[in-house]
Design a protein around this ligand. Structure first.
Ligand SMILES: Cc1ncc(COP(=O)(O)O)c(C=O)c1O
Length: 362
């Protein structure tokens, strides 16, 4: 297949090294060889994202939503509530998961182009002792907005609540310090800023939080964090058949990340998005969000007047570039360009040249 430059926020372009790891051969997941891969992969996740913190992790075969659902359905005690801070499609997804489990939920909805109101969040938590878990998305992939994790973590810590963070599109690409930001449960995935392949995701948990979760009755057989964690930690196995080959690629991608350094990865992404945004402005494209709210990896842009998303997308696809549509209420007005993954500055230059030609109808 012809190589496409993927500018969608995952699955991303991966290196030859990550893709070739799939050829390691077939392996039984109940053998010591797989236990070694599982253990190393878990260690490398912790090395990358919680090097000093008292955290552990369970890897789940399934996309980011699987780990998100596992984390949510395993963390709210019977009779308690979850507060959901919702300013995009993925905040909305947390809310839908809470509804699917019939949890008592309190929802604070905000404009998709704005950060949540910290004072309001504190007031709601203060007034409602039944709120046990406060859930938020780190990087709202809908718009490319970075939510204020340090401020929310300070509040949950102050009032002794669990801070649940969806960092599916954040880990590896955005600033985060799990321990300092008081994050108790954090969800990540293999195929975005970690540059692995789709099919694996993970739950990072503070060790103290594991103790609390043990008292909550399992509500799912597959998506239970405690049973996944116990099998992985104690037996060195996954409870059900894991995506073995995707593990090869995940471990390789984590090696690449650790070699580049999480800081190095973040800087590379920041440099790429800064360059792209300068070029977008030069092409008279208007950004959805103001500078201060922007992530390192996604730029949401208003569609140019007189151009549909379908035309823009199809024209760029013919030239080898995949861009991404707006979601929900922004479906007709914006498009998104992500710079996650194995992309070179030459790839980005080529995108700009081609984008300019499409915009000028050449
Ligand atoms: C912030 C966030 N959360 C959750 C998800 C869901 O992940 P998946 O599509 O892998 O299930 C995504 C996917 O883009 C995301 O960006």
């Amino acid at each position: 297949m012809e190589k496409m430059i993927l500018l969608n926020p995952g699955p991303v372009c991966t290196s030859d090294r990550v893709r070739s790891s799939l050829m390691k051969g077939d392996m039984c997941h109940r053998e010591s060889e797989f236990s070694a891969i599982l253990s190393n992969t878990r260690k490398k996740i912790l090395q990358a994202f919680a090097p000093n913190g008292d955290y552990t992790t369970a890897i789940i075969t399934g996309s980011g939503t699987a780990s998100l659902e596992a984390g949510i359905c395993s963390s709210v005690s019977d009779g308690k509530k979850i507060l959901i801070i919702n300013n995009g499609v993925y905040g909305e997804r947390i809310s839908r998961i809470a509804s699917a489990y019939r949890f008592n939920k309190v929802e604070l909805k905000y404009d998709w182009r704005e950060r949540p109101d910290i004072k309001q969040i504190e007031d709601v938590i203060l007034k409602d002792p039944d709120i046990e878990v406060v859930a938020m998305v780190h990087h709202e992939t809908t718009t490319g907005l970075i939510n204020p994790i340090t401020d929310v973590g300070a509040i949950t810590n102050k009032y002794g609540r669990t801070f649940f963070l969806d960092s599916v599109s954040g880990l590896g690409g955005e600033e985060i310090d799990l321990a300092n930001d008081n994050v108790d449960i954090c969800i990540g995935t293999a195929n975005k800023c970690i540059q692995g392949l789709p099919g694996l995701s993970f739950v990072l948990l503070k060790r103290d939080e594991v103790k609390r979760l043990r008292n909550i009755p399992p509500r799912s057989l597959y998506l239970n964090v405690i049973s996944q964690l116990d099998e992985q930690e104690q037996k060195g196995e996954c409870p059900f058949t894991p995506s073995v080959h995707t593990f090869y690629a995940f471990e390789e991608a984590l090696d690449e990340l650790l070699e580049e350094g999480v800081r190095g990865r973040l800087n590379r992404y920041r440099k790429a998005s800064t360059y792209l945004r300068e070029e977008f402005k030069r092409l008279n494209l208007e950004l959805l969000l103001p500078e201060g709210l922007l992530s390192n990896t996604i730029t949401a842009l208003y569609l140019p007047r007189n151009m549909t998303y379908a035309h823009l997308h199809d024209s760029l696809k013919e030239r080898g570039f995949i861009i991404y549509a707006g979601q929900g209420q922004l479906n007709k007005t914006i498009f998104r360009i992500a710079n996650m993954g194995e992309l070179t500055m030459n790839d980005l230059d080529a995108l700009i040249v081609n984008l300019q030609e499409v915009l000028e109808d050449k």
